[in-house]
Design a protein around this ligand. Structure first.
Ligand code: F6R
Length: 586
């Protein structure tokens, strides 16, 4: 989950590499580095953010070729020696991914006399490349050496490499990690994500798995692993042509739901759906399961992608899979989708990132269009995923005749009320801040909810632990008595989502169980609920709302609770320790 960039062209490479790396910082930010060709290969790297890298770069450089990297540590601590690029005499390499057999390769190279300076898996690529280029018979060029090197690598990689013997050539290769090229007027770009170079060009070429190629000042060439030259299509990113793209629909979401490529007949005959996701997206997926089963009558499973990909899914190919991924690049989600597609399943992707890998590997895509999310902790994109799931479930439910036009309309009216209701919560955020500050010193928290509020409890706990580093557990409220009650003390605040709905009485009973153990209860409840304050210590209010849509409101309250707790603890809110926005390694 690092980001790589490269540039070959007429412009000065260093500022372009730095600017591009800044755009990729969401992928990792514990250390960064660049190599530019300035008569010889010059490498600069440091622990810290891209701004720290800028501080150590020379003011002027005339280099027109370079590669760069922003790191999120997997193998080896965040130290300068582990930062990329990694060098082996005339070679410099940046890499995103994980080389699974690096220890065997490292042992072999140490036997040959190579000295390793880092603890990373990537350094083996640099030395192996160097070794391949030392061939006694015929010294191969960089492209051939990279091809021979990647044959020996197991795992995932997007690589960019430079060699001082071929100063105007950047060689790249990809397997299971994203890589895209940009074609500008004054140069060519390579990066993990188009946003890196969107400022310079909107013309892009997506590199697929098992492709390798070179960028020189006058051309880009892409080959398969056998050395056959490939004809690659150039795509133009048109993210700002919104109106023209809506094709008569009022909203993108409606247009995209109509593009599901499922005929009414296919929708009617759907028997099973499987939602695949990780982290926050997985929490959204649990809500999706409940919505699908209620509104569409389709049996729906929810799977953690990292488990699904190594499990033994029983699929006959007629199931619909729905992959939820904000970034569209999560390695486990992509692998799980590939696995389900190998059974013949049709996949719908719900993602926020136009042009991401998942969009190119799915049968249809519904964009959440929440806009770029920079903070590592997902917030607005979670809300957008929930809304997308409501809309999808309503659409399929109507097409299958499970819900009436009246029911669909009523739900949509309630969904449309959400922005105004969220604004009311934002207006009362000081109450949430006070509550957060009161309990910021606690070591453990519990979050409980039932039915549609259960995934919101999970997400509330995830948000809190992610940015405030407080241990927090989300639980289905009815499960407390099956173990976790043993952990409750006066020092364990329990956040109970107790909004109006058919499980309200049940959660009240759970709250009483908790109070009987002397724990503090913070309830999330509706403004018009006058009963709740009899039983709890603090009430965080949401506007009166429909049972089906109130989870969206409760989730905003819990996001703010996590935010203010992290603020009170002076944590690094936008860039929490050990985490990266896009998890492109497994
Ligand atoms: C938590 C968070 C992560 C992501 C997870 C999946 O705030 O952001 O748990 O939800 O890494 O990422 P996507 O949705 O990009 O597949």
């Amino acid at each position: 989950m690092c980001g790589i960039v490269g540039y070959v062209g007429k412009e000065s490479a260093t500022p372009i590499l730095v600017e591009s790396l800044k755009r990729l910082e969401y992928r990792g930010y514990d250390s960064a580095g660049i190599t530019v060709f300035n008569g010889s290969l010059e490498t600069f790297k440091t622990v810290g953010k891209i701004a720290d890298l800028e501080d150590i770069l020379p003011e002027e450089t005339i280099a027109n070729v370079g590669i760069g990297h922003t790191r999120w540590a997997t193998h080896g601590k965040p130290e300068t020696r582990n930062a990329h690029p990694h060098m082996s005499s005339c070679i410099s390499v940046v890499h995103n991914g994980i080389i699974e057999n690096y220890l065997q390769i490292k042992e072999m190279l140490i036997g040959l006399g190579y000295i390793f300076e880092s603890d990373t898996d990537t350094e083996v690529i640099a030395h192996l490349l160097n070794y391949k280029m030392q061939s006694e018979t015929k010294r191969p060029d960089l492209l051939t050496a990279v091809r021979e090197t990647i044959r020996e690598l197991e795992g995932s990689y997007a690589i960019a490499a430079l060699c001082s013997d071929e100063p105007e050539c950047l060689v790249f290769a990809r397997k299971d990690s994203p890589l895209v090229l940009g074609i500008g007027e004054d140069g060519y770009y390579a990066a993990s994500d188009v946003t890196a170079f969107l400022k310079y060009t909107k013309d892009v070429v997506y590199i697929d798995d098992n492709e390798i190629g070179s960028i020189r000042p006058d051309c880009i060439e892409v080959f398969d692993l056998k050395g056959n030259l490939l004809t690659k299509e150039t795509h133009t990113i048109e993210w700002d042509l919104e109106a023209a793209e809506k094709a008569g629909y009022e909203h993108f979401m409606l247009k995209e739901i109509h593009e599901l490529y499922l005929t009414p007949e296919q929708i009617k005959h759907l028997r099973r759906a499987t939602i695949i996701a990780c982290g926050t997206s997985w929490n959204a997926g649990i809500l999706g399961k409940y919505l699908f089963e209620k509104l569409t009558g389709i049996h729906t499973d929810i799977e953690t992608a990292s488990e699904f990909r190594y499990g033994n899914p029983v699929l006959c190919g007629e199931e619909l899979t729905i992959a939820i991924t904000q970034s569209g690049e999560t390695a486990d989600t992509l692998a799980a989708v590939r696995s389900s597609k190998s059974y013949g399943c049709r996949n719908i992707a719900i993602t926020n990132v136009v042009g991401s890998t998942i969009t190119r590997e799915s049968d249809s895509v519904v964009y959440t269009r929440a806009g770029p999310e920079i903070g590592v902790a997902a917030t607005k994109t979670f809300t957008a995923q929930l809304i997308t799931l409501y809309m999808l479930a309503i659409h399929l439910g109507r097409a299958r005749g499970v819900i009436s036009a009246e029911e669909a309309k009523n739900l949509i009216v309630n969904i449309k009320r959400l922005p105004g209701q969220i604004q009311k919560i934002l207006n009362r955020k000081e109450e949430i801040r006070e509550c957060a500050e009161q309990f910021a010193d606690m070591k453990d928290y519990f979050f409980i909810g039932r039915y549609l509020n259960f995934p919101i409890a999970l997400e509330g706990a995830l948000k809190l632990k992610e940015i405030s580093y407080i241990h927090a557990e989300g639980y289905a409220a009815g499960e407390l008595k099956h173990g976790p009650l043993a952990l409750l003390t006066e020092e364990t605040p329990v956040v109970a989502i107790a909004t109006m709905g058919h499980t309200y009485d049940k959660i009240l009973s759970n709250i009483k169980e908790v109070k009987a153990r002397n724990s503090t209860v913070i309830a999330v409840a509706n403004e018009d609920d006058t009963e709740i304050e009899k039983y709890v210590d603090v009430v965080l209010r949401i506007p009166p709302s429909h049972e089906m849509t109130s989870p969206v409101l409760s989730s905003v309250v819990l996001q703010l609770l996590a935010y203010y707790t992290a603020l009170a603890k002076d944590c690094s809110i936008d860039k929490p320790r050990n985490l990266a926005k896009s998890v492109t390694v497994e």
